[in-house]
Structures are given as structure tokens and as C-alpha cells.
Write a protein that binds this ligand. Structure first.
Ligand code: GDP
Length: 451
């Protein structure tokens, strides 16, 4: 996510390294690079121009002696301006005063509307809501079927309705929408998510239908689902939908792909409506609220520890983690069984690449983001299958694993014996490290107690 922009912007700050103060000349040099970085990342031309002018004004105004280096000054200014462009605060989700709250999902075909409807339902469920889904795409039965599958996979209510024998068209759409709202109320669902028909391009008939749905359902949110990979096209479609419907925000999907990030920076400025969520993968939980300050932190290589910690809080089993720490540090040992469990826990946080990328590229984690590019995700699966191929006894006490067992284990896991040897060596090193840490800890405890 944002690698391209991130890399280019960070390179532009390098032009200021080693400079004593900000001068008209070095500000101009840096701005030229920043402008290029924005345009090459597909940021809308007008948005880039405005940004550069704001940065220039602030930079020229900060040509005074400060404790910050010129590079740090510019990074700070760019940071503040990017946060501003993205809307500064995390956008709120609007709920109706009278349930059900209706959310109209808008967007072109293939943008990820149906997938995102499910993700949003799951996110709302986690927040204690009872969402109901309905598809009013009466033109494509396959689209309605897809939403049904999505709803089932996340265990959410769905209103299918009856479309048999009726001509596809607006009256049918209207009827389904009306019925779904009534049904949501009957089932005690406080939210109705309406997945609408998409088209390959902007189409007058589709817009009319959306306008009718808006009039009839009075939605609290009209969310434009934009495929971030399509860059400026996504921004232009967002504008067209906003002109006709006045959207309340957008959701950028496929941010896990190699989009250049420009859409994210332009869409709010062009539509005047905030980005509310990001889709970061095909799975139903690859979805996160959009926090401008955190996103800018990621773009500028400052990482996003806040999101990482939230993810850990949500996904990791705290009791297990505490029990593990206690056991490993108490000298009771760190078995391969524990190793496997730790790997499983880490995997819950996402791919190793996505975790490393959330660490700052400066300070103690320097180099981690770059290392992310070289991470071999399959390594984790291989290590896990090696441990799976051992017996319970071996997992508890790896010292009993002799040469012939190593060969058998390697065969069972489909890896080379050297990988088994490496794992055993790593495990021995980690056990030793935990023991030393544990011993150090208890010594420190004794010292504190005797004071
Ligand atoms: P719709 O036509 O707008 O309803 O789009 P779909 O929901 O059918 O999505 C189109 C394709 O995009 C599907 O293959 C989805 O799995 C995929 N997709 C949707 N959101 C994301 C995302 O955030 N990341 C990735 N990698 N794929 C996504």
C-alpha cells in the first residue's frame, strides 16, 4: 500500500540532507521532487498543484533557525499538508436516528462493491450491530447470488426477495428495496446495506436508478466503492457519482495491489467527501477504517504502530500470550509446540510483509520495511509443517531428535534436512535467550524486593 508514493517522497526529502537551513533554492529543489513524486503516483494534477503551493508557503515561512533539520522541517510540513488533504480527522459513520440505518453502496462493476458490502457488514457486526444485506441488482442474478454467498460466509442476514416473473427494471428495484427495509425492521436489524447494480461505465439509466433509491430509502450513507488500482478513473467516477447523488464518503478497495496511491490522495479533495474505509484484500476481514494521520505516517515511512496494536488487540489471544511469556521466561522452557503456537498467532496479524511495513522505517526498526520485500511467506508454512511432522514427544523435547528422525521429519514435511537442522538450531538459540531473559528478570525482581 502506498509503496510507490512512499518511496518517491522519501527520496525527495533526501535532497535536503546535509543542508544547514532551508533556503529558497533548496526548498525549490525539494518541491520539484515532491511534485514529481505526487504526479508519478497518479495524484490528480490540481490536487498536486494545491499541495505544492501550500507546502511552499509553509516552507518559506519556516526559514528560521529551529532545532529541526531542513529535511525534518519539510517532512513535518508535508505530513501536516497530506493529513489536511485527506480530511484530517477519521470520518464518522452516520447512523439514522430511527433504525434501520440504510447504507447505499454505489460504484462501477468490478470495483469490489459486493465484497465490500460483506466486509462492511462484518465490521458493523463486530461493533455490536445487526446488519442485513440486500442486493438490488435485478439485472444480474449472479450478482445477487454472490451477495448471498458473502452473507452466508460472515453469518449475516440477507433479504433475497422474489424476482421471479417480473421484468428487471426500476419498479422491481424499488419494490425489493422497500421490502428489504421492512424485513430489516421485522428481524430487528438496525442496519440495511444495499448493494446496487454496477455498470462498466457511467450510465444515465443507472444514475437515475440510484437517485430513485436515494429518494425512496433516505440513506444515512451513500458510499462510493472505488477500485484504487484504477487511479484517476476511480477519482473521475467518484466525481460523477457525487455530482448526481452527493455521496457521503468513499471506500477504496484493492489497496493491497500495486496501486500508486494517487486515488487515495485525490478522491477526498475532488469529491469533498472523506474516504471512510480501505479494502486491503479479498478476505472479509481485510478492511479497515481510514485514519488520515495513520495513513500519512505509513506514506512517510513513520509506520503505523497504532493500527498494528489494534489488530493485535483484536486478533491475538491475550491469555495464551501471557501464559506463553510466563512459561518461556520461567525457565520451564520454550518448546517447539510453543514455537508453533507463536507462529500461528503471528499469522493472525496478517502476512509478515504487511506487519513489517507498519513499522517505522527510522529508529530501532530501520530497515524492516525494506526487509519486507524479501520476506518469504512460505517459510512460515514450511516451519509449521516441519513441526507438524514431529511427534508430540519431540515437540516437547527436541533434544531426542536424532539424525534419522531429522531425515524422516524432513521427508514428512517435504523439505530439505538442512531446513530441519536450521529450525532446531534457531529453536535452541531462542530457548537460551528466553532462559537468560527469565533469569535476568528474576534477578532484577530480587534486587527490587531487597531494596
Ligand atoms: P462488484 O462487481 O463491484 O460487486 O465487485 P466484487 O465484489 O465482485 O469484486 C470484484 C473482484 O475484486 C473480486 O474478485 C474480489 O475478490 C476483488 N476484491 C474486492 N475487494 C478487494 C480488495 O480489497 N483487495 C483485493 N485484492 N481484491 C478485492
Amino acid at each position: 500500500m502506498f509503496e510507490n508514493l512512499s518511496e518517491k517522497l522519501q527520496r525527495s526529502f533526501k535532497t535536503l540532507r546535509g543542508q544547514g537551513t532551508l533556503t529558497d533554492e533548496n526548498i525549490n529543489d525539494a518541491l520539484r521532487e515532491i511534485r514529481l513524486a505526487l504526479l508519478e503516483s497518479d495524484v490528480n494534477l490540481n490536487v498536486a498543484k494545491d499541495l505544492i503551493e501550500h507546502i511552499r508557503t509553509k516552507a518559506l515561512g519556516s526559514q528560521v533557525a529551529t532545532a529541526l533539520s531542513p529535511a525534518e522541517q519539510i517532512v513535518k510540513i508535508v505530513r501536516d499538508e497530506l493529513v489536511e488533504v485527506l480530511g484530517r480527522d477519521t470520518a464518522r459513520f452516520k447512523f439514522a436516528s430511527q433504525p434501520p440505518t440504510v447504507i447505499l453502496m454505489a460504484g462501477l462493476q468490478g470495483s469490489g462493491k459486493t465484497t465490500t458490502s460483506g466486509k462492511l457488514a462484518q465490521w458493523l457486526k463486530k461493533g455490536g450491530h445487526r446488519p442485513m444485506l440486500v442486493s438490488v441488482d435485478v439485472y444480474r442474478p449472479a450478482a445477487r447470488e454472490q451477495l448471498k454467498v458473502v452473507a452466508q460466509s460472515i453469518n449475516a442476514q440477507i433479504y433475497e426477495g422474489d424476482t421471479k416473473g417480473e421484468a428487471a427494471g426500476t419498479p422491481l428495484v424499488e419494490r425489493l428495496a422497500r421490502e428489504a427495509r421492512r424485513e430489516a425492521a421485522n428481524y430487528g436489524c438496525d442496519i440495511l446495506i444495499v448493494d446496487t447494480a454496477g455498470r462498466l461505465g457511467i450510465d444515465e439509466a443507472l444514475m437515475e436508478e440510484m437517485a430513485l433509491l436515494k429518494k425512496q430509502l433516505n440513506p444515512s450513507e451513500i458510499l462510493f466503492v472505488a477500485d484504487a488500482m484504477t487511479g484517476q478513473d476511480a477519482v473521475n467516477s467518484a466525481k460523477a457519482f457525487n455530482d448526481k447523488l452527493t455521496i457521503t464518503g468513499s471506500i477504496l478497495t484493492k489497496m493491497d495491489g500495486d496501486s500508486r496511491g494517487g486515488a487515495a490522495l485525490s478522491i477526498r479533495q475532488i469529491t469533498g467527501q472523506p474516504v471512510k474505509f480501505l479494502g486491503t484484500g479479498e478476505k472479509s476481514d481485510a478492511f479497515e477504517p481510514f485514519h488520515p494521520d495513520r495513513i500519512v505516517g505509513r506514506i512517510l515511512g513513520m509506520g503505523d504502530i497504532a493500527t498494528l496494536l489494534e489488530r493485535a488487540d483484536e486478533k491475538l489471544d491475550k491469555t495464551k500470550a501471557e501464559a506463553f511469556a510466563k512459561k518461556a521466561l520461567s525457565g520451564d522452557g520454550f518448546t517447539l509446540e510453543d514455537f508453533r503456537e507463536q507462529l500461528r498467532q503471528i499469522k493472525k496479524l496478517g502476512s509478515m510483509q504487511s506487519i513489517l511495513k507498519m513499522l517505522p522505517s527510522v529508529g530501532p526498526f530501520a530497515g524492516m520495511q525494506q526487509a519486507a520485500a524479501n520476506v518469504d511467506e512460505s517459510q512460515f508454512t514450511r516451519v509449521e509443517s516441519i513441526i507438524n511432522s514431529m511427534t508430540n514427544k519431540e515437540r516437547q523435547n527436541s533434544s531426542i531428535i536424532n539424525g534419522s528422525r531429522r531425515k524422516r521429519i524432513a521427508m514428512g514435511a517435504g523439505v530439505q534436512v538442512s531446513e530441519v537442522n536450521n529450525l532446531l538450531k534457531q529453536h535452541a538459540q531462542m530457548s537460551k535467550m528466553f532462559k537468560t531473559m527469565g533469569a535476568g528478570g528474576s534477578k532484577m525482581q530480587q534486587r527490587l524486593m531487597s531494596q
